[in-house]
Design a protein around this ligand. Structure first.
Ligand SMILES: *Cc1c(COP(=O)(O)O)cnc(C)c1O
Length: 455
């Protein structure tokens, strides 16, 4: 009988893993949006506490996790690793499938893994309030939870379309004591500028970032936090992969393929970077695959160049695979994957051929998620369904080839707040949105930022 739960005695890691130390080509520096010169730490100081700025640029391989943070991690870490025996059987595949389940955190996703240390370092440096943006509400709820633990105020700019359409995440944030504002709002110049053009603007992540950054710049005791993309955020998430290595060791296994859904790159980095280290340092050949939506395909169809992180132009230029910062993806239900760009580290790794990417249509993702729910029980977040679609593709490939591959994927969150999306799928109302090449080219044509090199 195969063991289903590999919760094990795994301890919570004592250090985060920083892949920059092992990258053959280091990530390129962020640039000032006006001068196009590399920015120094002083430009980030109004936005982030010093410790996070140091983590953003460090080349140390291991960074210690503060005891206070590990103590809070104990609420949901170590997270369980499961063998997906039910899914394997349904697919009749020789592949072994494992998944790490991050939906057991208080916010229901991997996001608290970085929200807690970010709140901790802000608190340590005397910050009183943190501003942020949120799309569907996962990141906003994780940061609200973390701020409540440290007694800090939290202001969340929530994309208007989600604010109106997905009220339960908003109520979660309120429960943890945060203030939630529909974005674009009248509270900021950025919001007013957008509303002047379009009073009914449904908002976007890029606009909400502009608003949150603007508010942080106005007050010395207020700082800003980002839930993905940045180097320190990706590093905080490596607790996922570090635990998985030990848990798989106890199962007597090691993956050939590691898969995660991809928004800005944090949960993909979290599960895959500790495994990529074996490739970079020991010449192993684990395939690490990022799964993205066909409606927001920055990795598979975007270009590698400098681009803004937001809509208005308040952030530095980041070297990223991007669809252009004005790209507005179709309103698919995987809200966490609707960002226009990928973080600098993941972009460099993709450019160097060290990781892979696949895209999936919305309907095939829900089909995959429902098969998973029926065979494994857990109802996945719509984002996680993208990883499951890739896993199924790879498991079927293994069957055709007759090779007993071992596949590990990140089940980054549960879908309990996304039931209206499942309802729409089940009642046949959901549609696919494949973006056309003309749309991508039109969005990219608006960029005047530095190209990185020949594609
Ligand atoms: C935010 C989020 C994502 C996408 O963000 P990454 O930084 O790419 O991990 C994916 N899944 C869930 C459940 C999320 O909350």
């Amino acid at each position: 009988m195969q063991k289903k739960f590999i919760l094990a005695e795994t301890d919570i890691p004592e250090q985060w893993y920083n892949i920059v130390a092992d990258m053959p080509n280091k990530p390129l520096p962020p640039l000032h949006p006006g001068t196009h010169q590399p920015i120094g730490p002083e430009m980030l100081m109004p936005l982030f506490p010093m410790e996070l700025i140091k983590q953003e640029v460090t080349t140390d391989r291991w960074v210690g996790i503060p005891d206070e943070v590990r103590e809070i991690y104990k609420v949901w870490r170590p997270t369980p690793l499961f063998r997906a025996t039910g899914l394997e059987k349904a697919l009749d595949t020789p592949a072994k499938i494992y998944y790490k389940y991050e939906g057991v955190s208080p916010a229901g996703s991997h996001k608290p893994n970085t929200a807690v240390p970010q709140a901790f370092y802000n608190k340590q440096e005397g910050v009183k309030r943190i501003t942020t943006e949120t799309g569907a509400g996962q990141w906003g709820s994780a940061l609200s939870f973390a701020c409540s633990l440290f007694g800090m105020a939290c202001d969340v700019y929530m994309v208007r379309a989600s604010y109106d359409g997905k009220p339960y995440r908003k109520m979660m944030m309120h429960t943890w004591g945060a203030n939630v504002y529909a974005s674009p709002s009248e509270r900021t110049d950025a919001g007013k500028q957008i509303l002047a053009q379009d009073p009914k603007s449904p908002g976007s992540l890029g606009i909400a970032i502009s608003e949150a950054v603007e508010m942080a710049l106005q007050d010395e005791q207020t700082k800003y936090a980002l839930g993905s993309v940045l180097n320190h955020v990706l590093m905080h998430q490596t607790v996922i992969g570090l635990e998985a290595i030990k848990q798989l060791e106890q199962a007597g296994d090691f993956p050939d393929i590691v898969v995660a859904p991809f928004g800005g790159g944090s949960n993909f980095a979290g599960i895959s970077f500790p495994f990529l280290r074996y490739n970079l340092a020991e010449g192993k050949q684990i395939r690490c695959i990022a799964a993205e939506p066909a409606s927001c395909p920055k990795l598979t169809r975007g270009v590698f160049r400098y681009d803004l992180g937001d809509t208005i132009g308040m952030t530095p230029l980041i070297p990223m695979y991007t669809l252009g910062h004005n790209f507005i993806p179709a309103p698919i239900h995987a809200g966490g994957l609707r960002y226009h760009g990928a973080g600098a580290i993941v972009s460099q790794l993709l450019h160097d051929g060290l990781i892979e990417a696949q895209s999936h249509n919305q309907l095939s993702c829900f089909e995959a998620g429902i098969l998973f729910a029926k065979t494994e029980g857990i109802i996945p977040a719509p984002e996680a369904n993208h990883a499951i679609a890739t896993v199924i593709r790879e498991a079927q490939q293994a069957k055709e080839e007759g090779t007993p591959k071992t596949i590990l994927f990140n089940l980054c969150g549960h879908g309990h707040f996304d039931m209206s999306a499942y309802e729409q799928y089940l009642s046949g109302k959901l549609v696919d949105h494949e973006v056309t090449q003309e749309e991508i080219l039109a969005s990219l044509a608006e960029l005047d930022t530095p190209l990185i090199d020949a594609q």
